[in-house]
Design a binder for this molecule. Structure first.
Ligand code: 5GP
Length: 210
């Protein structure tokens, strides 16, 4: 049975290229934070460590986990399956650890709809501009310009999900963005005042989608 000493769930989502994974890595270094490790059917990238960045599994194993109802949420993203298993998340929350999720909007929606008895704070991270996003996407391991263009199209669709998140944060400066998220989490936990300007966010989204 959840109690007030339980940890909280913090979801970070973003369109591809907004710098979310770096933010999750920074946040995970704060004491008492555990990052949820997802399962995926995608192939590991060169810099990724199995069982640390992801549990890399084949489709058969993923199907087995679905059929066993082991997932708290799962979704298909860019043609691969991704999912969060329930047991490690609940164990950590019950031990009072805060759990960080680096998952897409589909997973965030599913966790939100579960209405678990643990506090949930959701963040949507956005790039400072479309030009900077395109630059970031073109400089990734995906040097192929076509892929960057495809992800820009995906961006226009993904950005529309901002409305379902508690907070939207613009990643124009990594450290500032990190501190903003930390301050909002602290304010949520302590019921303190929040430095958050929704009109500024709405304007930014208007620019990103025009
Ligand atoms: P990548 O393949 O670049 O690591 O991740 C692609 C997208 O999948 C990112 O938006 C990431 O947040 C999302 N993702 C990673 N793990 C999960 C998961 O367990 N569930 C869901 N729904 N999305 C995930």
């Amino acid at each position: 049975m959840p109690t007030k000493n339980d940890g909280i769930m913090i979801i970070l989502s973003s369109p591809s290229g907004a710098g979310k994974t770096t933010l999750v890595n920074l946040l995970s270094k704060s004491s008492n934070f555990k990052t949820s490790i997802s399962h995926t059917t995608r192939q590991p990238r060169e810099n990724e460590e199995p069982d640390k960045d992801y549990y890399f599994v084949d489709e058969k194993e993923f199907e087995r986990l679905i059929n066993n109802q082991e997932f708290l949420e799962y979704a298909k993203v860019f043609g691969n399956l991704y999912g969060t298993t329930r047991t490690p998340v609940i164990d950590n929350l019950n031990k009072g650890k805060n759990v960080l999720f680096d998952i897409d909007w589909q997973g965030a929606d599913q966790i939100k709809n579960k209405k678990l008895d643990y506090k949930l704070i959701t963040f949507f991270i956005l790039p400072p501009s479309k030009e900077i996003l395109f630059e970031r996407l073109s400089n990734r391991d995906m040097k192929d310009k076509l892929i960057a263009e495809e992800r820009m199209k995906q961006f226009s669709r993904d950005v529309l999900h901002w409305i379902n998140y508690d907070y939207v944060v613009i990643n124009d400066d990594l450290n500032k963005c990190y501190l903003k998220i930390c301050n909002l989490i602290r304010a949520e936990i302590d019921n303190g005042s929040k430095d958050y300007d929704i009109d500024y966010i709405r304007n930014h989204i208007k620019k990103l989608t025009s």
